[in-house]
Design a protein around this ligand. Sequence first.
Ligand SMILES: Cc1cc2nc3c(=O)[nH]c(=O)nc-3n(C[C@H](O)[C@H](O)[C@H](O)COP(=O)(O)OP(=O)(O)OC[C@H]3O[C@@H](n4cnc5c(N)ncnc54)[C@H](O)[C@@H]3O)c2cc1C
Length: 423
Amino acid sequence: MMSNKIDVIIIGGGPSGLSAGVELKRAGVARVVVLEREPQAGGIPRHCGHPPFGMREFKWIYTGPQYARKLVKTAVEAGVEIRTLTSVVEALPGGKLLVTSDNGVEKISAQRVIYATGVRETPRSARIISGSRPLGVLNTGALQSMVYLKHRRPFKRPVIVGTELVSFSAIQTCRHMGIRPVAMIEQAARVTARWPVGLFPMLMRVPLHLNTRLVSIKGDKRVEAVEVENASRERRVIECDGVLLTGQFTPEATLARCGHLEIDAPSVGGSIRGSGGPVVDQYGRCSDPAYFAAGNLLRPVETAGWSWNEGRQVGRWVADDLAGDLAGDPLVTGENIHITIADPIIKFAMPQKISLPYKPERGMKHVQLRFTDSVKGTLVAEDGQGKVMWQCSLNTHRERRVLVPVAGLVSERSGGEIVFRVV
Ligand SMILES: Cc1cc2nc3c(=O)[nH]c(=O)nc-3n(C[C@H](O)[C@H](O)[C@H](O)COP(=O)(O)OP(=O)(O)OC[C@H]3O[C@@H](n4cnc5c(N)ncnc54)[C@H](O)[C@@H]3O)c2cc1C
């Protein structure tokens, strides 16, 4: 396995990594290897014990673990090699990787590497929450692994923090194990997930408190209560035995961040914005053209089906690249359009550049944008001289996907800049 004859290495065996592998094999690429640090491939869905997964991909409704098994089976049948319990610990220029496994530490390389390492939720250590450090504070991912993979019940009456889609998946996970959340709290005035998901806590008899933030966690050995504050700054204590910190996703980009790739984290109006993932062009190609990125690593956060589709597309473009058929290799042309954001209400724009010459038949069709808060106005894309290239009226909320057609941003010019702002 550790020979140098690998065509494409994919780091991460989740929906995007596995679908990229299948697409590469279907395009005739000889040797495609997926490296996965967990004992089984399948990614996050392995421990999402609930439906619905797979409608877009397989026209069928699966639970997460069924879906993960189906992805693995499809990849293996296509001829993708999957190496589990293998972690990539360093990525070097030109597609050279340092990996650890039962074989020890080894160096391997491939002509192209696809990062497909997904997202993670923000843990307590990275959130500003005061109080003691008792047992019983978890993210959804950790709860789901405990419940669905180890059949353990870490608490019986937690408070759920957050109202993203994953927060409702957390309620389902709790129900599966007979856990009864005592409250769901959300700092904003509205539920982050789209309607009608916000009705779910009421149906499940979980009291939902909007405009409420977590101030501190109380408890000696285990969580005993939390202190919360509402919009009028009134504080109260909710007794509970656990705290479930949901969402606030960030790309699992540590490897890319510690390596040589450019990361999207610009300072806009004094605030750090950006996807937090690698800077990519419309093909998912990173600042080192031996590396590509796919799936949720590109930006937080999309569903499994969306990530699967992105993996499939990036796999196809990597196959085109290996065949010398991908337009606009930045090492060759040196030309691209940089996409930037000029307004801190815009969280990120991805891809962050368009490699030229632009080929409308290939590459991402849309620039994906997200916002840090509810926003109404006009979304404007200007070129470097302030000329409006594209605009549309905007009425959206935090964490909602907004898509801007790439074709509308590219003119006869070669190179330059596109700046997004809200007016
Ligand atoms: C807790 C949680 C719950 C979610 N629930 C849902 C849901 O119910 N429905 C839904 O549609 N989406 C859900 N999502 C979104 C989820 O991210 C997508 O469903 C989908 O899994 C994204 O696919 P991916 O391939 O991009 O990443 P992932 O599925 O996260 O796969 C990434 C893989 O990369 C591996 N990896 C990471 N670093 C390395 C390394 N250095 N070396 C080797 N392997 C590595 C990981 O072990 C993992 O298997 C959830 C996300 C989280 C975090």
